[in-house]
Design a protein around this ligand. Structure first.
Ligand code: NAD
Length: 257
């Protein structure tokens, strides 16, 4: 599968799943635009290292996905966006009566509204170039709920709905829009939760992972960022041309329960 000559913009890609997806798309030959809200030497070094490793062009463009204008500016500054991966996301956990309104607004803005803005900005170019792939990184929480994650679950269900609508609006064009729904993935964000959870439950690392974190993941294994990147590369392949408006779960059986 070669994506040579295509440009992929991945939101929220200086760590975790976004970075993993960017690596796999670069490995397949795509030029890459990395993004986050920061603008550090490390961010630009990440781009330079990825370019060296895969022999493609990699740029880092700062844009805050909580702001609609920044989302649209990211696509404009990218110049070309053949593959759009809406990945930026944050989490906050609290009972709904105690859920801070500001956290609700931030999660809806970053996890859902950003994809509306980037998609609206990227589609005219995709239509003009007669090819496009939009991949929304949703979650098992786009298909099922957990307590205390009201904003996250609402945003992720929302992005599944947005995925279907964009697919219908682009159905007769050579453009597809799909959502990948990961279960638990061992990203730095998740890794950082392990020590506290070990203390809270007085369990060792392996027991915390198996009994607490992966309680709802029947495979009892984390999904990896490489597997998610591989799924994204598949969705960009010719074999996936008629796959649009759907969700692909990479969740070790979570949503089969
Ligand atoms: P992460 O914290 O490692 O990555 C999140 C990325 O989003 C980072 O690059 C961060 O800089 C960026 N980001 C945060 N706020 C931003 C903003 N305002 N503007 C631009 N970028 C911003 O987390 P992750 O686990 O890699 O999560 C990535 C996506 O995958 C999220 O949408 C998350 O909901 C989803 N997801 C993660 C898991 C998991 O288990 N890790 C499971 C299902 C879905």
């Amino acid at each position: 599968m070669s994506l040579a000559g295509k440009t992929a913009v991945i939101t929220g890609s200086n760590s975790g799943i976004g970075l993993g997806v960017a690596h796999e798309l670069a490995k397949a030959g795509a030029n890459i635009v990395l993004n986050s809200f920061t603008d550090t030497e490390a961010d630009h070094a990440l781009a330079a290292d990825m370019a060296r490793e895969h022999g493609v062009t990699v740029r880092y463009i700062q844009a805050d996905m909580s702001k609609g204008d920044d989302c649209r500016a990211l696509i404009e500054k990218a110049g070309t966006c053949d593959i759009l991966v809406n990945n930026a996301g944050i989490q906050f956990v609290a009972p709904i009566e105690e859920f801070p309104a500001a956290k609700w607004d931030a999660i809806i803005a970053i996890n859902l509204s950003s994809a509306f803005h980037t998609t609206a900005a990227a589609l005219p170019g995709m239509r003009a170039r007669d090819w496009g792939r939009i991949i929304n990184i949703a979650s098992a929480h786009g298909l099922t709920a957990s307590p205390y994650k009201s904003a996250y679950v609402a945003a992720k269900h929302g992005i599944v709905g947005l995925t279907k609508t964009v697919a219908l609006e682009t159905a007769t064009a050579p453009i597809t829009c799909n959502a990948i729904c990961p279960g638990y993935v061992l990203t730095p964000l998740v890794e950082a939760q392990i020590p506290d959870t070990m203390k809270e439950y007085d369990m060792d690392r392996e027991t915390v992972i198996r009994e607490v974190m992966l309680a709802r993941q029947p495979s009892k294994e984390f999904a990896t960022v490489e597997q998610l990147g591989g799924t994204a590369v598949f969705l960009c392949s010719d074999a996936a041309t008629q796959i649009t408006g759907t969700t692909i779960s990479v969740d070790g059986g979570w949503t089969a329960l």
